[in-house]
Design a protein around this ligand. Structure first.
Ligand SMILES: Cc1ncc(C[n+]2csc(CCOP(=O)(O)OP(=O)(O)O)c2C)c(N)n1
Ligand SMILES: [Mg+2]
Length: 694
């Protein structure tokens, strides 16, 4: 290998090489200092990441949230040092959660020195919301590539709605780097299939074909023909046989940009641990420090001073400034001028873009929300939800979403005039057809949300399991995504236990930051949406019934506006002073109301607490919580057609929980309610027992 002269002046080619080797050695040194991390892949992929950033991407380091920037996703998140290196070397600025620029670097050299240490802006994996310039959190392999499909859909949708002749307000591309792990994961297959179907020609995945994963050669487990697979998905497939050949890489990226009608996969043959004499091409280079001696030999092979650490040679920062810095600044200033004339020509559209970027809601977003009259027969949660969604989607232009092939069941289809379907030939449609791909749907919803659209995804509650990894990332990234899950309990009786959620509520309630809501009647559904729409940094799950639920008479009971507090007193005995609390959610709320009446007839004074959301309730003041669940009232019965897991926190160890301890069964709903005890007599008996009057 040729020796690079670290001293200026240099040719452009030398500066390219110097920059690439800076990324490599920063990565090596950071992993060495941290005594943990993944050096081999950054060493191999520095040239592709360098080329994308410094030669191709339109990204202004001064404003990493400029709306029309090209996006870069590092789906093989373990190679995070690639990202920390370029964010540092490009001088990318930090912004705060209110989208204000902070005037300090996003990733400092000191952060890199403290790679993987507490508080460092160079954590183990790319973390959106923690480090500016990270477009999405990655680390769970496959999620980054799948999320990028949502970003690509978003760009197409935004372009369709907002671009006008002479005003290409949104024309950005999405670049993604991924490895063997990402392409082995099922979620990537779903996402690639969807992207191919949709003809997303703004999307470019670069596949690091290094034949290595943790256990060794990919021949252990991965022998498919990736190129043929992606051709079958309808992608454009390119190959670059040498990961160090910048010209060929740049050429392939150019072909991507000229390709219309399909996404592009660039298969890049690389050597993990490139330059390390004993570790290159081995799994040993994947996930551990190289070690002193190997580091020395590697640096020697790069023509690098062997003893230097965290060295950024003169000329490197300037080289990035002259590349991505200058190109990005020029593009952004052109865009800013363009947007100013756009604002003059299309003020309403420009105002929408402003609001969307700040995650504000447009004025009148909640007008015409339905109010459901009292009705003993009632309406299904999913039906009420469909009506609400159709109103909201008309009020909020950038609210869109869809189902994983269950639109007619989930009632999430937007049916109003002009709603349309998003397809290759109709980019303005608001109904997304995810197909039966829940994993990719949820990741796609994240990608849409990262692009500042308000997005929802839907399926049966039971299949929230298939969406869970991306829901978790939604919460971790603090994205206001919306998941509409219907058939939330045993309502689809005859379908049986494969379709009856049991542990799902408990498991979603355990995700930090996620808001779950299980509304108890149609007006609670309205209020649940009203609450959810106002979230800016939290994802929400709506668990909705398949079967009709009685619409409570809100003149006799408390207003459904109480949903906004998570739990509220729905009904008290005359004069107050309850002796037993009945706490219920969703389809069990009307059961609690019925029991309340029966108990009163027996002279037992019960309070019905509607508790659609634990998380929202937890955030109320102690005073409010005590007013709903008075500490002095120990006799408590919780009723919820879901796992009993966790209800002790509200009923105490002596309270009673009528819930599920087993899987369900295949039978008509009425029989299941009898079998599993969701019947008035059973609840009455539990309340009596709580009062020692069994
Ligand atoms: C969903 C998921 N499963 C497992 C892991 C643990 N893991 C991290 S990297 C890796 C191997 C990845 O291989 P590859 O993508 O080829 O990366 P390379 O070693 O080539 O950089 C594994 C299994 C993970 N991060 N995410
Ligand atoms: Mg690999």
């Amino acid at each position: 290998m040729s020796t690079t002269n670290v001293a200026a002046p240099m040719t452009d080619a030398e500066l390219d090489q110097l920059s690439i080797n800076t990324i490599r050695t920063l990565s090596i040194d950071a992993v060495e200092r941290a005594k943990s991390g993944h050096p081999g892949t950054p060493m191999a992929l520095a040239p592709i990441v360098y080329t994308i950033w410094n030669r191709v991407m339109r990204f202004d380091p001064q404003d990493p949230i400029w709306p029309n920037r090209d996006r870069f996703v590092l789906s093989n998140g373990h190679a995070s040092m690639l990202l920390w290196s370029v964010l540092h070397l490009t001088g990318t600025c930090a912004v705060n959660p209110d989208y204000e620029r902070l005037g300090q670097p996003s990733v400092s050299l000191d952060d890199i020195r403290r790679f993987r240490q507490i508080g460092s802006k160079a954590p183990g994996h790319p973390e959106y919301h923690w480090v500016s310039g990270v477009e999405t959190t990655t680390g769970p392999l496959g999620q980054g590539v799948a999320t990028s499909v949502g970003m690509a859909i978003a760009q197409k949708w935004l372009a369709d709605r907002y671009n006008r002749p002479g005003f290409a307000i949104f024309d950005y591309d999405i670049y993604v780097v991924c490895g063997d792990g990402c392409l082995m994961e099922g979620v990537a297959s779903e996402a690639a299939s969807l992207a191919g179907h949709l003809g997303l020609d703004n999307l470019c995945w670069v596949y690091d074909n290094n034949h290595i994963t943790i256990e060794g050669q990919t021949s252990l487990a991965f022998t498919e023909d990736v190129a043929t697979r992606f051709l079958a998905y309808g992608w454009n497939v390119l190959r670059v046989g040498d990961a160090n050949d910048l010209e060929r890489i740049e050429h392939a990226l150019g072909v991507f940009r000229e390709t219309k009608g399909r996404p592009t996969l660039i298969i890049l043959d690389s050597h993990i641990g490139y330059g390390a004499p004993h570790k290159h091409d081995t799994a040993a280079a994947h996930g551990e420090p190289l070690g002193d001696e190997e580091v020395r030999l590697t640096k020697r092979s790069y023509g690098w001073p062997e003893e230097a650490q965290f060295l950024v040679p003169d000329g490197v920062r300037e080289h990035f400034a002259a590349g991505v810095g200058a190109r990005g600044a020029a593009a952004r200033s052109r865009w800013t001028a363009l947007f100013a004339s756009y604002r003059a020509a299309h003020p309403e559209l420009a105002a929408e873009i402003d609001q969307m970027q700040r995650r504000d809601l447009p004025a009148g977003w909640d007008r015409n929300l339905p109010v459901f009259p009292a009705d003993a027969k009632g309406i299904a949660g999913r039906e009420a939800s469909g009506k609400v969604l159709n109103v909201l989607a008309q009020n909020i232009p950038w609210l869109l979403g869809g189902s994983a092939d269950l639109g007619p069941s989930n009632k999430t289809t937007l049916t109003y005039e002009g709603a349309g379907s998003f397809q290759a030939g109709s980019r303005g449609g608001k109904n997304l057809h995810f197909g039966i791909r829940e994993h990719a749907m949820a990741a796609t919803v994240n990608g849409l949300s990262l692009s500042k659209l308000r997005a929802f995804g839907a399926t049966f509650f039971i299949f929230s399991d298939y969406a869970r990894p991306a829901i978790r990332l939604s919460a971790l990234m603090e994205l206001p995504t919306i998941f509409v899950f219907t058939h939330d309990a045993m309502g689809d009786g005859e379908d049986g236990p494969t379709h009856q959620p049991v542990e799902h509520l408990a498991s979603l309630r355990a995700i930090p930051g996620l808001v779950t809501l299980r509304p108890g009647d149609a007006n609670e559904v309205v209020e649940a949406y009203r609450y959810v729409m106002q979230l800016r940094h939290q994802p929400a799950v709506l668990a909705l019934s398949r079967q009709p639920l009685p619409t409570l008479d809100r003149r006799a009971f408390a207003s459904a506006a109480g949903v906004a507090r998570g739990a509220y007193v729905l009904a008290d005995p005359p004069g107050g002073n309850p002796e037993v609390l009945l706490i219920a959610s969703g389809s069990e709320l009307s059961l609690a109301v019925e029991v309340h009446g029966k108990l009163l007839a027996e002279g037992i004074r019960s309070r019905v607490v509607s508790m659609p959301s634990w998380e929202i309730f937890e955030h109320q003041t102690q005073e409010y919580r005590d007013s709903v669940l008075p500490p002095g009232v120990k006799a408590r019965v919780a009723i919820e057609q879901a796992s009993t897991f966790g209800w002790e926190r509200y009923v105490g160890t002596s309270g009673s929980v009528i819930g599920m301890k087993t899987f369900g069964a295949s039978a008509p709903l009425k029989e299941l309610q009898r079998k599993f005890g969701f019947e008035p007599d059973r609840v009455v008996a539990a309340a009596r027992a709580q009062l020692g009057r069994a």
